[in-house]
Design a protein around this ligand. Structure first.
Ligand SMILES: [Cu+2]
Length: 114
């Protein structure tokens, strides 16, 4: 008697993943990371991205907020004051970028670019 593994009757092969999708073997494609600005805080407050990536701040609090870089290295980070909508910044140079909300200096965040 042969020990069976159960009948394969009715078993349907899962459809193979499409092979037409390009396989990326090089450096990662530029990505976008979203930071929500809500309830008086940046969330997540600390993120790590790759050089060339974009960060989108999504404003959805009842209070107005902004994104303002701290220090010389973060000079380019300077959003309008917003209560809704989004603001993007693309980070091209590795480093650590700290920022705050100019209206609520206790609201702070950090972007680490690798
Ligand atoms: Cu604020």
């Amino acid at each position: 008697m042969v020990a069976g593994c159960g009948s394969d009757d009715g078993y349907t092969q899962p459809s193979a993943p499409a092979t037409s999708a390009p396989v990326t073997t090089g450096p990662a494609q530029p990505a976008t990371t979203t930071v929500s600005v809500d309830k008086m805080k940046f969330s997540p407050s600390a993120i790590t991205i790759r050089a060339g990536d974009t960060v989108t701040w999504k404003f959805s609090d009842s209070a107005p907020h902004g994104v303002q870089g701290i220090g010389d290295t973060a000079l380019g980070i300077n959003s309008p004051i917003l209560t809704e909508g989004e603001w993007n910044h693309t980070f091209t140079t590795p480093g650590t970028y700290r920022y705050l909300c100019p209206l609520h200096p206790d609201m702070r965040g950090t972007v680490t670019v690798r």
